[in-house]
Ligand binder design. Structure first.
Ligand code: COA
Length: 206
């Protein structure tokens, strides 16, 4: 990757800059506007957040231009047994710094750290074209299905050591903050940021 970038753990002093970065990275990409900065904000103080894995990337001038956010997640088996796994996302790289290897570096360094912390595996949703290069495969290959019981290519998992996910199967249960978004609270939160246009663009998912 290009030189001039440094990586370190996120601290509370970074929270505002991280939320602003997340908004810049996601704005109008998957839907008009975005929700990801609000999701991160809503989860501050939530015990599901894994602070030891939440890294930022700083550019040469010390501005935060990359961030990865991890949470504890559960896989619930048919008999009610609960298996702990982890999830990353949102992951954000500022548009001016994308395609320089920052996202890959954030993912690879935190996956190594997560393995050292003995987490069995990571379950995510995202674009397979990007995540397969890091070892992610269809979650269904591991017997893990989505919250509604479905399987689809954007729902992926990766073992952090060989066979670590073998005993784990069932339905994923992501943190509620990812799906139950209070749209009025999102709009109020977003008003703290510089105004941006909410655009409906080709390729958005919602
Ligand atoms: C996705 C993201 C984090 C990648 O970070 P990055 O630093 O630009 O990525 P890297 O430089 O490590 O890798 C670049 C490669 O990933 C590909 N890539 C980047 N984003 C991608 C995406 N959403 N889908 C598929 N491929 C993607 C690029 O085309 C490039 O491919 P190449 O190596 O074949 O040329 C960044 O583009 C971003 O913040 N995007 C907006 C927010 C977002 O989509 N986050 C992920 C949600 S799942």
């Amino acid at each position: 990757m290009e030189s001039g970038y440094t990586f370190r753990l996120e601290t509370p002093a970074d929270f505002a800059a991280v939320e602003a970065l997340t908004r810049e990275a996601f704005w109008n990409v998957y839907q008009p506007g975005c929700e990801e900065h609000f999701i991160i904000h809503s989860m501050r103080g939530d015990p599901a957040v894994i602070h030891e894995l939440n890294y930022v990337c700083e550019d040469a001038s010390g501005l935060i231009c990359g961030h990865i956010f991890y949470t504890h997640t559960s896989v619930i088996a048919g008999d009610g047994q609960v298996f702990p796994v982890i999830t990353f996302g949102p992951i954000s790289v500022h548009p001016e710094h994308q395609k320089k290897g920052i996202g890959s570096a954030l993912i690879q360094m935190t996956m190594k750290k997560a393995a050292e912390m003995k987490f069995p595996g990571i379950v995510i949703t995202g674009n397979p074209a990007y995540y397969h290069r890091f070892g992610f495969r269809d979650a269904s290959d591991f017997g893990i299905v989505f919250e509604d019981g479905s399987s689809f290519p954007a729902f992926m998992a990766c073992e952090l050591e060989p066979d670590a996910l073998a005993p784990i199967h069932g339905r994923i249960q992501f943190c509620p903050a990812f799906s139950s978004i209070d749209q009025d609270a999102l709009l109020r939160f977003d008003q703290q940021f510089p105004k941006k246009e909410w655009l409906r663009l080709p390729g958005q998912l919602h």
